[in-house]
Design a binder for this molecule. Structure first.
Ligand code: 3HC
Length: 313
């Protein structure tokens, strides 16, 4: 049986139908691993162009997976998995049969709240809502939904590139039920991921440690202590990180890093994180202002030309 018919044939209270909102890099990756592991997936975004772009990301990534798992039939492998993914720009229709919604749209509290508020009126009562936010409060997003949804709302935070990174952070708000939490653990395991659990705190586990480290690396360069190349080499060869902080900054996006840091400055005022960790950095602000955002804009700390990188900050 194909993964699709296997999913439709069994329904023992487990998540079978996944709807992903946002067809960017994260949403496409989440839809892909769902489809690869037998879930029936609907991918939704606001324009057909965004959906087309998402399907392109998935197709490219699947052909990478296929080259390892099914080298003799890359196209057959890819098209079989793509059969598990439908796309639509109709958010209400996308969510009507879903067991689980994962939202991976723009990192804006207002836009996320508007979406979830709407979905709350369209989804099944039993549907679990999860946000892939990396920097916002899950509880503040959840509050856009009615009281009956609060125990079925959680954070489900994936990492870039989703098909390659094993980790998922499951974020419980004070109202997330144990049943919801267990269902999310079960489905993330089925998606081939390793779940960890964290309270609804700024940055959860990974970004709480990673972002201050990235910011401190930029401060080192700003102070003239060392070059980005030497800092990258040091952390790769001296600490065993797969990418040094400047390669990672370019990979994650300088705008994203700056945005997270800004958001946390408000949280610092509430005492949720130490203020000195997220002090503004002029070098970061300057690069973002110049549109040097990293890989996505072709230049960040490094100039991107294919696989090779050269320093140009
Ligand atoms: N689709 C499918 N498979 C992929 C893939 C993709 N898009 N990207 C990589 N892979 C697979 C490769 O096929 C390969 O698989 P294999 O080991 O089975 O052969 C494996 O991943 C490793 O890839 P490569 O050999 O091409 O390259 P590297 O060994 O250099 O690894 C990397 C690439 C996985 C990106 C590695 O450099 C890495 O781990 N970097 C750090 C990434 C990181 O820290 N991400 C988190 C960022 S923070 C974040 O996302 C949070 C957000 O909220 C800000």
């Amino acid at each position: 049986t194909s993964p699709a018919s296997a999913a439709a044939a069994t329904d023992n209270g487990k998540v079978q139908r996944l709807t992903v909102f946002g067809a960017g890099l994260m949403g496409a990756g989440i839809a892909q691993i769902g489809a690869q592991n037998g879930l029936k997936v609907i991918l939704s975004d606001v324009t057909d162009k965004a959906l087309e772009n998402g399907l392109n990301i998935i197709t490219k990534s699947l052909s990478r997976v296929a080259k390892k798992q099914s080298p003799d039939d890359v196209e057959g492998f890819t098209s079989q998995i793509l059969k598990n993914i439908e796309t639509t720009t109709d958010a209400g229709k996308a969510v009507q049969d879903a067991d689980l919604v994962v939202e991976a749209i723009i990192e804006s509290l207002k836009v996320k709240r508007d979406l979830f508020g709407f979905l709350d009126t369209k989804a099944k009562e039993s549907c679990i809502f999860a946000t892939n936010t990396s920097s916002l409060s899950v509880k503040e997003i959840a509050e856009a939904c009615g009281q009956e949804r609060q125990d079925k709302f959680a954070g489900l935070h994936f990492f870039n590139p989703v098909p390659a990174m094993k980790l998922v952070e499951i974020i419980r708000t004070p109202q997330t039920s144990t049943e919801t939490y267990e269902a999310l653990r079960e489905v993330t395991l089925r998606m081939g991921k390793a779940p960890v659990t964290c309270n609804d705190t700024p940055g959860f586990i990974v970004n709480r440690l990673l972002v201050p480290y990235l910011l401190e690396a930029i401060r080192m360069v700003e102070r003239g202590d060392a070059t980005p190349e030497d800092i990258d080499t040091a952390m790769e060869l001296g600490a065993g990180y797969p990418m040094g902080p400047f390669k990672l900054l370019d990979f994650v996006g300088l705008d994203t890093t700056s945005y997270i840091s800004q958001g946390w400055r408000d949280k610092a005022a509430e005492g949720a994180i130490s203020e000195h960790l997220v002090q503004p950095i002029s070098l970061l602000d300057k690069l973002v202002k110049e549109g040097k955002l990293g890989r996505k804009s072709g230049q960040g700390f490094y100039e991107v030309s294919g696989e090779s990188t050269s320093n140009h900050h």
